[in-house]
Design a protein. Structure first.
Length: 372
């Protein structure tokens, strides 16, 4: 059987970042990316890319201007609370909106240009055999990284249970003409109905917007309910290409395993529980997994420690914020505070879209808004 230093299962942002990081850390490493689909291929997502995600990719040598070329630079974000409080401000740095069919293909191409190889193959099983991992009886790897999304085969093979309904969301996404007034604005609109739930509209820059609606699985929602929520919060949005997907939230993330099989991105339940954002977590965890995979020692232990060092405090804060957001009036107070103080707005955005924390400033301002 042919042998590879690192086999990455999944060619999306987490997998591509993993391959890039492994090759960057060890230019001699033989890295193979496996995916059940050829690229380009669609991926159900909001398509929004936070600037911090681009920072991670730039650190891996990716030309982020070429990565996002031809698609929208979105300078403003509008947030609407369950009670109707609206705040809209420029973001500290603009976000980008690129369809995942384009983004993922460009990222994978960057990984291949860096020396990784790609093969279309649907992984079904693996077995750890001493100093290597056998994959489907056709190849072996020193390390396998599961970056194969919310329905991860690698995660199931490790015996890691799926997220429970309270830590699992479901969302539906489509494309529609940009709603009036939102041509250069990302919108996140929350609602008291079936709370916690929200809709979004992210403009692509070509007259279309990525629109969608999501909520927790524990609420018992079905496709009809998702469509009704989208129509309620974005009335008049005539969306096409509607597809639903599950979002394993970081509030249900498993302990990263030790040994020669690692998890990254959605496969590791790394999705922000406040916003459903996952691309930043995907590229960061993928990059950390790639470095750990070629770093020697126990790759799984190294990856677990690297994630804890880089994201541990943020994940504790986002989990706490998610717990507090169960009460819509808390979100109303936070959004009022963000409306009144630009610094609070920036803190909230950083917590929901990147690796921010619950700052004393935001907690104090929200407490003050509660008593007003």
């Amino acid at each position: 059987m042919e042998h590879w230093d690192v086999v990455v299962v999944g060619g999306g942002p987490a997998g591509a970042a993993c391959a890039l990081a492994a090759r960057r850390a060890d230019p001699a490493a033989r890295v193979l990316v496996l995916d059940r689909a050829d690229f380009p291929r669609d991926k159900v997502c909001g398509d929004g890319i936070a600037p911090e995600a681009l920072d991670v990719l730039a650190g891996l040598g990716v030309d982020t201007r070429a990565l996002t070329d031809g698609y929208a630079v979105v300078p403003r974000l509008r947030l609407r609370s369950p009670g109707g409080t609206t705040v809209e401000r420029p973001m500290q740095r603009p976000a980008r909106v690129v369809p995942r069919a384009v983004l993922d293909a460009r990222l994978l191409a960057a990984a291949l240009a860096a020396g990784a190889e790609f093969r279309r193959h649907a992984v079904r099983r693996f077995e750890v055999r001493g100093d290597r991992v056998e994959v489907d009886g056709v190849l072996t790897a020193g390390v396998v990284v599961g970056a194969d999304g919310a329905e991860s085969v690698v995660r199931r093979g490790l015996g890691v249970a799926p997220n429970r309904p309270r830590a699992l969301a479901i969302a539906i996404r489509g494309y529609a003409p940009v709603p009036a007034g939102l041509e250069e604005v990302q919108l996140i609109a929350t609602t008291e109905q079936r709370w916690p739930a929200y809709a979004w509209s992210f403009p692509l820059g070509d007259g279309r917007a990525n629109v969608g609606y999501g909520e927790l699985v524990s609420g018992g929602v079905n496709r009809a309910g998702l469509l009704a929520g989208l129509a309620r919060l974005l009335p008049g949005a005539e969306a096409v290409e509607l597809k639903a997907h599950r979002l394993p939230l970081s509030t249900g993330r498993p302990r990263q395993p030790g040994g020669r099989v690692l998890l990254a991105g959605d496969a590791a339940s790394l999705i922000n529980p406040l916003t459903g954002e996952g691309i930043f977590y995907a590229v960061l965890s993928g990059a950390l997994a790639g470095a750990a995979a070629v770093g020697g020692g126990d790759p799984g232990l190294a990856h677990r420690r690297a994630l804890a060092d880089r994201l541990g405090r943020h994940l504790r804060h986002s989990s706490t914020a998610s717990w507090a957001s169960r009460w819509p009036w808390v979100m109303d107070a936070v959004f009022r505070a963000a409306r009144d103080d630009r610094r609070v707005f920036d803190d909230v955005v950083h917590l929901g879209l990147a690796d921010g924390r619950l700052t004393a400033r935001t907690l104090t301002a929200a407490a003050g808004a509660l008593v007003r």
